[in-house]
Design a protein around this ligand. Structure first.
Ligand SMILES: [Zn+2]
Length: 138
């Protein structure tokens, strides 16, 4: 399993909108985009079934890292929409507003990981400690 898929599963694990479901014969997790709440489907192995992307709430370009509280899952359209704001200066009030709202939503959704996903959360926490601020894989 790639680092990216483990990270996706660690986000699923800590986001209470994600519930176990089935996609045909496949076991999946279905949750909501952090922005528009449209459904996102993630396979049990972390592969996105519907278009799902990792959203860095505080932008990577301004030093946002892979700490789980800074990550959420978003549909591709919303992620690209947010990226346009990420190019604003670090101290831009509109960027601060967007980030504050996303942090609020993320903490509202926060949950303790289900047992089957707990190892991915442990991995994601260790990965951040080991890699510093940047992860070229995401
Ligand atoms: Zn969306």
């Amino acid at each position: 399993m790639t680092a990216k898929r483990r990270r996706v599963l660690a986000i699923v694990a800590t986001d209470s909108t994600f519930e176990r479901s089935r996609h045909g014969t496949q076991a999946v997790w279905v949750g909501a985009c952090i922005h528009c709440r449209s459904p996102l489907t993630i396979a049990a192995d972390g592969r996105p079934v519907s278009q799902a992307t990792i959203e860095h709430i505080w932008p990577q370009r301004h030093g946002g890292d892979n700490t789980l509280t800074n990550l959420a899952l978003a549909c591709g359209v919303c992620n690209r929409g947010k990226s346009r704001h990420d190019t604003r200066p670090k101290n831009d009030p509109r960027l601060a507003e967007i980030v504050a709202e996303l942090r609020r939503r993320r903490s509202e959704r926060w949950r303790d990981p289900p047992d089957e996903l707990a190892t991915h959360v442990t991995w994601a926490i260790r990965a951040v400690e080991g890699e510093g601020d940047n992860d070229p894989e995401v």
